[in-house]
Design a protein. Structure first.
Length: 394
């Protein structure tokens, strides 16, 4: 059956390239994927699927029923939003939307999702169970998965598969990782309130800039001395705003930043740890503070048995050389993790890199993919779905 799946995907390859190029040329930002959703709905309907629109605001949900012999419900997720980046690839099918680009490969993700539908629809009742396809908006702002879940996208789902392109892996290979794949990502905002005064008489004021600088320095130093070095934490402050004049001591400074970590215990404890240090510093110097910690997404933790399914189908369909075991997780974030709070799942890395020219990283205005990746992506996803019902995963 895996050979048949690969053969169907190969037959579909020209159509897959057309779909990817159409989506690439017509990118839409997070939460505004109206035309993308309409295009996807048309393809899904042509495959005989009933489409639910406006799931997760601009998302889509469609199910492909199998024979009903297996009652387990399997989901496949593909995200479809683009980024506010001006494209500089020079491709004939470059973005037609000024300042918007598929620079993170979601055009590929969507194409693989649609290609998987086409392959599995051709198999029909040879599928023992039902596949639910989730075409998700707003991954780039880490909101779309939450919106989809709120609208019931994970109701009854037993397991879920996803993918993400990876330019450092050449097309024709798939990257897999057991356990942590991506980091949890949260936002922080810290406002330090002191007391203004003349710049020549600092002893009569409470300098919010000086205190904020201690907060930044102390937090960075404390990570290396108080956090388990085997459980990495990255804390980056991206903005610092405060002060009104060069000779006036600032009475208020606001810091904003991002926190990344991999382990669940760290994820649970890190907000209290940060606030405790901020509170101690401000109390020492007579300042006040306001601490805002916003949870965005947890870490993607791949299920071992589902990951093994992906590995086995790639090895059987393309050979062992086509599997690249990823030694390290990424400290980037992925809201696929939100679905994993509701069912076990796995996400694989789809190699999209060129071997004959320069590869640009994700979110770069010259980012492009070797379209040979589409055959690998569709074959891997469709074969993994089929193999799921041949396994003892529950």
């Amino acid at each position: 059956m895996l050979a048949k799946i690969k053969a169907i995907a190969e037959k579909l390859s020209p159509r897959l390239i057309d779909i990817r190029r159409h989506i690439h040329a017509h990118p839409e930002l997070s939460g505004n994927e109206h035309q993308t959703a309409a295009y996807i709905a048309g393809v899904l309907s042509s495959c005989g699927l009933h489409v639910q629109e406006s799931v997760g605001r601009t998302g889509l949900l469609a199910e492909l029923p199998g024979s009903g012999q297996d009652k387990r419900l399997l989901a496949v997720r593909a995200d479809m939003d683009a980024l506010p980046i001006e494209e500089h690839t020079g491709l004939a099918f470059s973005s037609r939307q000024q300042g918007i680009m598929h620079a993170c490969g979601h055009d590929v993700h969507t194409t693989v999702g649609l290609g998987t539908v086409m392959v599995l629809a051709e198999l029909g009742l040879q599928l023992p169970g039902t596949v639910r396809f989730l075409f998700q908006p707003a991954e780039e702002i880490a909101q779309g998965a939450k919106w989809m879940v709120t609208d019931g996208a994970m109701a009854g789902v037993d397991s879920i598969f996803g993918l993400h392109v990876f330019p450092s892996i050449p097309a024709g290979k798939v990257g897999i990782r057991y356990g942590a794949l991506t980091a949890a990502a949260d936002d922080i905002e810290i406002t330090i309130t002191g007391e203004s005064g003349h710049g020549a008489r600092p002893h009569e004021a409470i300098d919010a800039i000086w205190i904020a600088s201690q907060v930044v320095t102390t937090l960075q130093q404390a990570i290396s001395r108080t956090q388990n070095p085997l459980h990495p934490v990255v804390l980056t402050f991206g903005t610092i705003k405060g002060g009104r004049a060069s000779n006036v001591i600032a009475d208020q400074v606001t810091l904003t930043g991002t926190v990344r970590c991999l382990h669940r215990s760290t994820y649970k404890d890190i907000p209290g740890w940060i606030e405790g240090l901020v509170a101690d510093i401000c109390r020492t110097h007579g300042a006040k503070y306001h601490f805002k910690y916003k949870r965005l997404v947890p870490s993607v933790q791949n299920d071992d048995r589902l990951t093994q399914i992906v590995q086995s189908v790639v090895e059987e369909s393309f050979g062992k050389h086509a599997v690249q075991n990823l030694r390290e997780p990424s400290l980037g974030a992925e809201d696929f993790s939100v679905y994993l709070d509701h069912a076990p799942g796995t996400m694989f890395r789809l190699g999209v890199g060129f071997t004959d020219r320069e590869n640009y990283p994700l979110h770069h205005p010259k980012f492009d993919v070797d379209e040979q990746c589409l055959l690998m992506g569709v074959t891997t996803m469709a074969a993994s779905v089929y193999q799921y019902w041949q396994s003892d995963v529950s």
